[in-house]
Structure formats: structure tokens, C-alpha cells
Design a protein around this ligand. Structure first.
Ligand SMILES: [Mn+2]
Length: 353
């Protein structure tokens, strides 16, 4: 955590800021979701948390300066220090102590920002990109957590694979896969598990319904676990008594994915990876059936920077973790998608599993 905060300090200096108020990124900076706000300056890192979270905040974060707020004026325990106020009042106190004149923030509600401006006069700049850009590059500890989350997803997928048979419902398969991930250590799913069969399979954002599997179905299963806050994301496509055309779709997305992953390495443009997958699918005649981008960064959030899309300006760098997930959706035939998480390395890549 200290290294993350020091990285942010360098950014503050580069941007001419005295302090940064992180709300959306508080968990990232503090290393615990007990934090609701983290304020970083040259001299100090302060965590603000709800009174309810004070013990967890002290236990789980390396930030030592922890201040609690509570909206309710109720009796305190011996030695407990809590300010009875709204969070923005505590932010104002903190910025005043720092005598911060140029302040960056990621995402403060406009009503709170108005009150904050009135309570502590300074220049406030909305600069969410400062930390979101830092978050693209994962630390060793973050990579270890992402790897664990990916391994748990593999277990969920293995469980789902065993349940693919005529008569089984999408919801039943989703429930069993989630159960398997829970038992393997998942804190919860990183998004709503997708089991999309038959006519649901060509709707890229179908989740899981009561529909029962039938002969002639393609079945897309897209799932993810969470481990110490970090998300995983994995997709496989299954089939029951498929036609040659359906098998070809599955084969195509697998090969497009493999070709795209093969190009992943430090210094490659994200749009170039998208192009490899898209060209592969276009050459087979399915350009208009590839509806989404080829991948996205993963971390504390399921969708992060970089974006592997045709218009992306991102460049892949060592220690980024991104998904690669080409898909084809053919109404009347079926949908197919294949997805893994890939760690970018200097010489190439490593599939996390
Ligand atoms: Mn994904």
C-alpha cells in the first residue's frame, strides 16, 4: 500500500496538486473496503471511515491516520475518537489542516463538493484518470490475488461443465457454479453469472433464466469470482449435439482468441490485439456478428482500463491484466465466446488460471 501511495504522490507533484481526495479509489489506496475516503498529500495519508468500520480499518490498512465519522450522536467507547458529522465535513477539516490549495479528486457527489468548496476554499479539480491510470499496472500482490480469483473461476467452470445436459436449467447451472466458487474461497461473484443457452446465447448480455437446455443448444457460460476484492472473468462455450455450423462458431472464437493472446506483450497497442481477433472473425465472414470489444482490464473492478477495442489508444504494459474474449452472435444459430485473463509480461504474456 505504501508503494501505491508513493506512486500517487509522484503524480500529485507532476500535476501540481497539494492533495488528492479519493472516494471511488479509496479501497485501492487503503487496501480495505472499510475506507470510504483516502486523502493523500506530500506529508500524510489519511483514511476516513464510518464509525462502524473503525476497527476493521485499523486492522486491515497500513494507513495509520484513521478518522471516523458518524451521523448519530451516541455514546462513545472509552478511547474511541469519532467526529459526529457528515463525511464532507471531515474532508474539509483534513484539507484545512494540510492547508491544501490545489486539490484533485476522483468522484465526489456534486452536493458534497458544493459544501466542501464552501467549507474550505481551494481549487478543486476532478481528475479520476490519475489513479485509474495507476491501477492499470498491477503490483505483485495484486497479481497474486487476481491469479487466485482466476483459479476459483476455473473451479466454478469445471463444475458448470459437468452439468451440461438436456433438461438442466440455466439457473441451476449458475447456482451450482457459484456454490463451487464460494466453497473454493470466493467472496462473491464479480458480476451476475451468465448461463445463456439456445436462443439466449446470441444475446451477449443475457444472464441466467429458467430455460432448460435442449439438444442443438450452444451454451455460453461467463462467470467470475472475487478474492480479497479482486475480480476474475472467464467464458466458455458448450454445445449439446451441435450442428457443423455451430461447432464452426465455437472453433472460430477459440482460434481468434488464441491468435489475439499470442500477440500480447509489453508495448503492443491494445487496438492491435482487438484487430487480430476481429480480422480473424471477419475473414470467416462474421464481421457483423462480432458486437463487442475484445477485452478489458480487470482488478478491483470487473471492467477497468485498458480497453482492447478498435478505437482504444491504450498501450499494453508489463503487469497489466486484461481479458481477451472474442465472441460471435448469430440469431437462429447460436452465440459463442471464449475468454481468459491474461497477464502482460516483458517478453509476452501468461494466462491466469
Ligand atoms: Mn469480460
Amino acid at each position: 500500500m505504501i508503494t501505491i501511495i508513493n506512486r500517487l504522490r509522484r503524480e500529485l507533484f507532476a500535476q501540481g496538486l497539494d492533495a488528492y481526495v479519493a472516494v471511488r479509489n479509496a479501497r485501492y489506496l487503503a487496501g480495505t473496503d472499510a475506507a470510504s475516503i483516502v486523502i493523500v498529500s506530500e506529508q500524510r495519508a489519511t483514511m476516513l471511515c464510518s464509525r462502524l468500520e473503525l476497527d476493521r480499518a485499523r486492522r486491515d490498512s497500513s494507513i495509520r491516520d484513521v478518522r471516523a465519522y458518524s451521523p448519530y450522536r451516541t455514546p462513545l467507547r472509552r478511547g474511541e475518537r469519532v467526529k459526529f458529522c457528515k463525511p464532507w465535513q471531515l474532508i474539509a477539516d483534513c484539507l484545512r489542516e494540510l492547508d491544501a490549495r490545489a486539490i484533485g479528486f476522483d468522484c465526489v457527489k456534486s452536493a458534497s463538493l458544493r459544501k466542501l468548496r464552501a467549507a474550505h476554499k481551494a481549487s478543486y479539480r476532478e481528475l479520476p484518470g490519475v489513479i485509474l491510470k495507476m491501477r492499470e499496472i498491477k503490483s505483485r500482490q495484486e497479481i497474486a490475488k487476481l491469479r487466485m480469483a482466476a483459479r476459483i473461476a476455473v473451479k466454478g467452470m469445471r463444475c458448470a461443465a459437468e452439468l451440461i445436459e438436456v433438461g438442466r436449467s440455466e439457473l441451476e447451472i449458475a447456482a451450482e457454479a457459484e456454490h463451487a466458487m464460494r466453497r473454493a474461497g470466493s467472496e462473491g461473484t464479480s458480476f451476475s453469472t451468465i448461463v445463456a443457452s439456445g436462443r439466449n446465447s446470441w444475446l451477449p448480455h443475457s444472464t441466467a433464466t429458467r430455460r432448460r437446455l435442449r439438444r442443438g443448444d450452444l451454451i455460453i457460460i461467463d462467470l467470475g469470482a472475487k478474492y480479497e476484492g479482486y475480480c476474475s472473468d472467464m467464458t466458455r462455450t458448450f454445445a449439446i449435439s451441435p450442428t457443423r455450423k455451430q461447432l464452426k462458431l465455437v472453433e472460430l472464437v477459440k482460434r481468434a482468441q488464441k491468435a489475439a493472446i499470442a500477440r500480447v506483450r509489453d508495448g503492443v497497442r491494445a487496438s492491435a490485439i482487438d484487430k487480430v481477433a476481429r480480422d480473424f472473425i471477419s475473414r470467416a465472414g462474421y464481421a457483423s456478428s462480432y458486437l463487442h470489444s475484445t477485452g478489458h482490464g480487470v482488478g478491483l473492478e470487473i471492467h477497468e482500463s485498458p480497453s482492447l477495442a478498435p478505437d482504444s489508444r491504450d498501450v499494453l504494459r508489463k503487469d497489466m491484466v486484461t481479458t481477451v474474449e472474442p465472441g460471435i452472435y448469430l440469431p437462429g444459430v447460436g452465440g459463442a465466446r471464449w475468454e481468459d485473463m491474461v497477464l502482460v509480461t516483458t517478453g509476452g504474456h501468461e494466462i491466469l488460471a
